[in-house]
Design a protein around this ligand. Structure first.
Ligand code: ZN
Length: 266
């Protein structure tokens, strides 16, 4: 059952550092922040919109995702939701696969998906809504790309991405970095014949030229253009084989591993 809300919910894009996005979900009164790596821009956004911070949601342990939590907790009393197994001491409400987070003030429920790979305990949140769902996936799925494998294996990351790719096409993807244009350059190198990809390059380049974020993206768009969700595509396999990075007839998991490896040095 999709929960019904009386108030309309909005998401504010809070840029931080060089290319991070911190997401602020609010109803005009209460707010929940996702991955507050820095407290200052979150504070500024809360003040500008006259919002009260009522929850903190964390996806994984990296400093650019959790660094602002202590300062925010000095000012606000809020539960800190986060992965049970990613070594974050600040978490007050530890989450596992299949858990459901209820944000009382906002009347919003989020399902927890475990997505190991970038870190071993990384989780993602899917906000169930009357309209399209919202996915908060940290550094797992990016616009036209995916996170680096700092801790997990290609097998783990491929399985994590498959879970996210199985969400409905109209799911809005709120990832944590603006990496889309550099990811698209790689995507075009490995799948030059993809028409949907060419169209995306054009529309996302126009957004960046206008100073706009390319995020949120859509799961349907990622499925059509993100090479890391398309390891079964002949064109991608062909490019890897041509580049001497994959043996002909390799399994999809080897294709994924070779693709991730190539992107690391692209
Ligand atoms: Zn990270």
């Amino acid at each position: 059952m999709t929960p019904k809300h009386n108030r309309e919910l909005h998401i504010l894009t809070v840029p931080a550092f060089n290319d991070n996005y911190l997401w602020l979900i609010h109803d005009g009164e209460h707010a929940a922040v996702v991955d507050p790596g820095d407290a200052a821009p979150v504070r500024a956004a809360l003040a500008a919109h006259n919002l009260r911070l009522t929850a903190i949601l964390l996806t994984h342990h990296h400093a650019d995702h959790i660094g602002g939590v202590p300062a925010l907790l000095q000012e606000w009393q809020a539960p800190v939701f986060g992965p049970r197994n990613d070594g974050i001491a600040l978490v007050t409400d530890a989450l596992d696969e299949g858990d459901r987070v209820r944000l009382e003030g906002l009347g919003l429920e989020l399902d927890v998906i475990e997505v190991p790979g970038h870190t071993l305990g990384h989780i993602a949140y899917v906000a169930r809504r009357d309209g399209p769902d919202w996915l908060f996936c940290g550094d797992t799925l990016f616009g036209a790309g995916c996170g680096r494998l700092f801790e997990g294996t290609p097998r783990q990351m491929a399985a994590s991405l498959a879970k996210l790719a199985a969400l409905p096409d109209d799911t809005l993807v709120y990832c944590a970095h603006e990496y889309t244009m550099s990811n698209l350059r790689f995507a075009q190198a490995v799948e030059p014949g993809n028409g949907a990809l060419a169209a995306r390059v054009e529309s996302d380049a126009a957004l960046r030229a206008a100073g706009q974020p390319t995020i949120p993206s859509l799961i349907g768009v990622e499925r059509a253009t993100n090479p890391f969700l398309r390891c079964d595509q002949a064109g991608i396999v062909h490019s890897l084989v041509e580049a001497g990075r994959l043996a002909p007839g390799a399994a999809p998991l080897e294709t994924f591993a070779a693709l991730r490896e190539w992107k690391n040095t692209f």
